[in-house]
Ligand binder design. Structure first.
Ligand code: AMP
Length: 281
């Protein structure tokens, strides 16, 4: 099992110590780890001799009616998966006060990249994400940090944050790891009943439908979005959004090109799943 660190001070000290010997890579997570998280840890391992994984279900990125209280947890299993993937140590705060001590009042407010998509559906979400990531970068002073393209908007916000605030940590994005049927791996997949798990494949099917329409010559954004939404609805998912956006600024392009991304969010019961990918490649 990877060594477990429970306090912010011990995490800062452990990071400072390994940084004396070489580069430190950071992999922030909310735990209940799967092969997607492990792929980030392995990528981190290939770039730095020391890899710190953090496991923290960050309360400030959850809305009042979201799943903070029931978010799945399995610290023991996570420690094994971290060790298996080559993590040097794991910071799992014993109490949220380690991150948000008494009197905490300073937040990081991201800009327009946090506006559309999940930003508009989950008010305050990216403010919470940006704040906790800034804190983890400050505590660790990691040379490099790895994030998944599964949360593409989050990755964009964090890349910007690191540059804008001169945090000194390079942010690297990694591809989405999927189940055999195409469903993007997610800790939240654990919420799904067997029937809903079958239906969830509609997210990757909706993306595939957009890709094949694009390959057949469809370039109109609204028609591709309507196509994605119809695939989701027909499988019994409730669409939160089905939008096409440019990868760089997350704006809607005048017409679809190969690097335009399909962004999807949909509910199966109370469970909200997201996915995204480019029209080509
Ligand atoms: P989470 O624990 O959901 O906050 O995710 C922690 C990190 O793992 C984030 O950078 C996610 O984008 C990344 N991640 C989550 N699911 C996947 C996946 N299926 N493939 C690759 N990375 C992922």
């Amino acid at each position: 099992m990877a060594a477990l660190i429970r306090t912010a001070k011990d995490f800062r000290d452990a990071c400072a110590e390994v940084r004396r010997d070489g580069r430190l890579a950071l992999v922030p997570t909310m735990g209940f780890l799967h092969a997607g998280h492990q792929s980030l840890i392995r990528a981190a391992n290939s770039q730095a001799p020391s890899v710190a994984v953090t496991i923290f279900v960050n309360p400030t990125q959850f809305g009042p009616n979201e799943d903070l209280a029931r978010y799945p947890r399995d610290l023991e299993g996570d420690l094994k998966k971290c060790a298996e993937a080559g993590a040097s140590f794991v910071f799992a705060p014993e109490d949220p006060k380690e991150i948000y001590p008494e009197g905490f009042q300073t937040y990081v407010e991201p800009g327009p990249l946090a506006g559309p998509l999940c930003g508009s559906r989950r008010p305050g979400h990216f403010r919470g994400v940006a704040t906790v990531v800034a804190k983890l970068f400050a505590l660790s002073r990691a040379d490099v940090a790895f994030f998944g393209e599964k949360d593409f908007q989050q990755l964009a916000v964090i890349k910007r944050l690191a540059v804008d605030l001169d945090l000194g940590t390079q942010v690297i994005g990694r591809p989405t790891i999927r189940e055999h049927d195409g469903l993007a791996m997610s800790s939240r997949n654990a919420y799904l009943s067997p029937e809903d798990r079958q239906r969830a494949v509609a997210l990757s099917k909706a993306m595939a439908a957009c890709r094949s329409a694009f390959a057949d010559g469809e370039r109109e954004i609204a028609r591709l979005e309507a196509l994605a939404a119809s695939v989701l609805t027909e499988s019994g998912l409730r669409v939160d959004y089905a939008e096409l956006r440019r990868p760089g600024d997350l704006e809607r392009p005048p017409e679809a090109t190969g690097d335009t991304r399909v962004f999807l969010a949909a509910f199966l019961g109370k469970t909200r799943l997201i996915d995204n990918g480019p029209l080509e490649g």
